[in-house]
Design a protein around this ligand. Structure first.
Ligand code: HEC
Length: 137
């Protein structure tokens, strides 16, 4: 292999690695694994290692949401629960261990700016899409 060819291969490799590093946004599935699985379980049925973290609370089985809503996945309601702007009846006392992602997902140092709010919305939308995709019929 000529020097030139190996240089070329090296730069193509570097470029593709950089591309990955800067890839805009993790998928809803990835976000779920990173932030939700510890309580809700990697299969979202509510059996993560930290499920029993707080006495009196148990993470919901997130694959049965549509089923318990007459077969229709209530996107806005689920969005609001994840965001934290609207809590489950009896749980909006903030005692619930379910984190307020509308706060946690804010961009550090730019909290509540338009840019940060847009980033939060995109991440929660991706999570809602993911949850909708894993509903049991
Ligand atoms: C520290 C544990 C914990 C983590 C982490 C967590 N949750 Fe929860 N979640 C709960 C608990 C507990 C409940 C049940 C509601 C309650 O008791 O307040 C819940 C409820 C919910 C509900 C309402 C379900 C329903 O049927 O109404 C949704 C939706 C939800 N979580 C999504 C998520 C998503 C998405 C993430 C990750 C971004 C996440 N949760 C991370 C503990 C957690």
């Amino acid at each position: 292999m000529s020097n030139r060819t190996s240089m070329l291969i090296a730069s193509v490799l570097l470029l593709s690695l950089a591309g990955r590093g800067f890839a805009a946004q993790p998928s809803g599935a990835q976000e779920f694994t990173t932030f939700c699985a510890r309580c809700h379980g990697s299969d979202a049925t509510g059996n993560g290692p930290d499920a029993g973290e707080k006495q009196g609370y148990w993470p919901a089985n997130l694959t049965l949401i549509a089923r318990s809503h007459g077969g229709k996945f209530p996107r806005q309601e689920i969005y609001d629960i994840i965001d934290g702007g609207k809590r489950l009846p009896g749980h909006y006392n903030f005692d619930s261990p379910m984190p307020l992602w509308g706060l946690s997902f804010q961009l550090k140092g730019k909290e509540y700016s338009e840019q940060s709010e847009a980033a939060v919305r995109a991440r929660i939308e991706a999570l809602v899409d993911y949850l909708e995709s894993i509903q049991k019929k």
